[in-house]
Write a new protein. Structure first.
Lengths: 80, 306
């Protein structure tokens, strides 16, 4: 039982590590690129910005959820 | 990191950690966590209007992740969530209109603060009484079923009142097989409108009102109430994000960064619900509205707007 818990914890820590690296890359690449474009959109085309904002957060949710699920499966599979 | 839309400098790590904490709370209790996110953003110097709008955007993303996970566990009643979304949006508009009227009258801060304190403390006291009583009543039974912590069978000391509400035959009656209840459409809408009203009036997703209402008024099992509330929040918070974005109150870049932490937190929160019975989740919920009340009392006493 304790071994299982330790394995799960290790798998989770590994998942978190990989996730942190990916997210850091995401900050610097995607947000840097999107930042100026979104700023211009927010000041010049508010309605379009509102649409894009909802789409972006929903899209990120789906993508990151899928990413963490895949990561979790991969890490779990390796630790077994 | 500079966020040009809200013209603020915030450490992204801080946003990720805040998102992570709120994610856990959201996944476990089905709440948006605005009572923490709003003050956390204000603490970093983000204007109040941006704090409210950005928090709503972040709630959309976090709720999608948590609701998807809850759905895989069978904790989402889609039919109930869709019906409630209609009432929530209508109620939110009503709450926002009242805020505008109070703004014109010039006493919005005092009225909202006192209503918030009464509502938050009232919910906490009631849930403390109910969950404590339910746990006491079912102590013997829960011992026998302790090995099946994943059971979603729910008990509530408020059950007899809930049964009476479910017994009100005001047509049309709606069958909700996922939640295992049959109830009048008007009662569902009334609960949703009240939740939406407080969302528009006090801000955030108002999960602290809707989740308990679904359990005590509609009789939805706690696990399903948490999952369905999150699903419903996706729709109502998306609407809120859209309208706030048009008014120039959303810094989507901040929301995106916060959300990266919330993704992990929400998944931990959802998985944790599987290890707790309904009354224990409700008992653990008790401090949350009290934290909200404490923040409001602090702002009233010190005059400091978080």
């Amino acid at each position: 039982m304790k071994q299982d818990a330790a394995k799960s914890l290790r798998a989770f820590a590994a998942e978190l590590g990989v996730y942190a690296v990916l997210v850091t890359g995401y900050f610097f690449l995607v947000l840097h690129v999107l930042g100026n474009w979104l700023y211009r959109l927010e000041t010049q085309h508010r309605v379009l910005y509102a649409f894009v904002a909802v789409l972006l957060i929903a899209g990120q949710a789906v993508v990151l959820d899928a990413l963490t699920t895949v990561l979790f499966r991969l890490v779990r599979g390796r630790s077994k | 990191m500079f966020f040009p839309i809200s013209n603020s400098h915030i450490n992204p790590l801080y946003l990720v950690v805040v998102g992570f904490v709120i994610g856990i709370l959201g996944g476990f209790f089905g709440v948006g966590g605005s009572f923490i996110a709003g003050p956390a953003l204000r603490l970093m110097g983000v204007d109040w209007n941006f704090a409210v709008g950005t928090d709503l955007a972040h709630i959309v993303g976090k709720s999608i992740v948590a609701a998807r996970k809850h759905r895989t566990l069978g904790n989402v009643d889609l039919k109930l969530g869709l019906i409630m979304a209609v009432g929530t949006i209508a109620g939110a508009e009503g709450g926002a209109q009242l805020i505008q009227a109070l703004k014109r009258a010039g006493n919005v801060n005092t009225v909202v603060s006192w209503v918030a304190i009464v509502v938050y403390v009232g919910i906490s006291v009631f849930m403390l009484w109910e969950s404590h009583k339910t746990l006491k009543l079912h102590k013997g039974k829960s011992r026998r079923t302790q090995n099946t912590a994943t059971s979603k069978a729910d008990h509530s000391a408020f059950g007899p009142v809930t049964k009476k509400i479910q017994g009100m035959k005001i047509s049309p009656m709606i069958n909700l097989p996922t939640s295992g209840i049959r109830i009048s459409l008007w009662i569902i809408l009334a609960v949703a409108v009240v939740g939406g009203f407080f969302s528009g009036f006090l801000g955030g997703g108002a999960g602290y009102i809707r989740m308990p209402s679904m359990v005590y008024v509609l009789g939805v099992p706690t696990h399903l109430a948490v999952g369905t509330d999150l699903f419903e929040i996706i729709i109502s918070a998306s609407y809120g994000t859209f309208t706030h974005a048009i008014k120039g109150n959303v810094d989507i870049l901040i929301a995106l960064v916060m959300h990266t932490g919330a993704v992990i937190g929400a998944q931990i929160g959802v998985v944790a619900t599987q290890y707790f019975a309904g009354p224990k989740i409700r008992l653990a919920f008790v401090p949350l509205p009290l934290i909200g009340a404490a923040i409001v009392i602090y702002t009233l006493v010190t005059g400091h707007k978080f």
